[in-house]
Write a protein of this length. Structure first.
Length: 235
């Protein structure tokens, strides 16, 4: 099971059931603790995790899923899914307050500690530079990457049509990520550092984790697991 370092459990702990104003204040405070330097050696990555959630249309149920894969083989090692109840309203820039608690619970059940985590969410490509991937990466004390299907902020030039092509994502004069083509002639993904990783390493990791699909395999597997739990709930 993942155990948070003492510094993270004391200095970074905060309530989740807060109003929007307080949530923004928490983001602004914690953002200053991010590191956008590489906190891992690429060749030493052994376990890579993917995380995603699924929502029920009734009852406020939410399903958090985490899948751990070997790297670079991309073979599933462990799967965890947890059911909970949504406690925070839908606010695009405050997604971590809606999905963070259920995902942290799922991560706490893992037997192996990931070397890096990919989230179907934003990292620093966020209005306050602190998306879900940054938030949870910081709280877990692990390198993390935001790998989103849609843009939240920023401007960019379209990348080339071939797999591996990418262009930089800019916001207010700062590079906040990259727009990455993971399959030829398929819509690109918006990749941004979460915590303890550079944009360059994040792009390299996402491409290495794509097993022939648009989404990196850890996120794709987590998406399938969360939706499988949702279908069972509906049955």
């Amino acid at each position: 099971m993942i155990k948070k370092p003492r510094s993270h459990s004391t200095m970074l702990r905060h309530p989740w059931n807060v109003d929007v104003r307080r949530a923004v204040e928490i983001q602004q405070r914690l953002r200053r603790r991010l590191s956008l330097k590489d906190g891992l050696v690429f060749r030493n990555i052994r376990w890579i995790a993917g995380a995603d959630v699924a929502y029920a249309n009734r009852g406020g149920a939410i399903f958090g899923a985490v899948v751990l894969l070997s790297f670079p083989q991309l073979v599933v090692v462990e799967e965890v899914q947890v059911k909970g109840t949504v406690e925070f309203p839908y606010v695009p820039s405050l997604l971590s307050f809606r999905e963070g608690p259920i995902l942290l619970e799922a991560f706490s059940l893992l037997r192996h500690r990931p070397d890096v985590i990919l989230f179907d969410a934003q990292g620093i490509a966020h209005p306050r530079g602190f998306g879900l991937a940054s938030h949870l990466g910081l709280l877990l004390g692990l390198p993390s990457v935001g790998c989103a299907k849609t843009r939240l902020i920023g401007e960019y030039k379209p990348p080339g049509r071939g797999r591996g092509s990418f262009s930089w994502l800019w916001f207010e004069g700062r590079n906040v990520g990259a727009v990455v083509r993971t399959r030829a002639d398929v819509k690109p993904l918006f990749v941004s550092p979460g915590d303890k990783i550079t944009t360059q390493t994040a792009v390299r990791l996402v491409l290495a984790a794509c097993g022939g699909y648009r989404l990196p395999e850890p996120i794709r597997r987590a998406h399938q697991l969360a939706n499988r739990a949702l279908r069972q709930f509906k049955a």
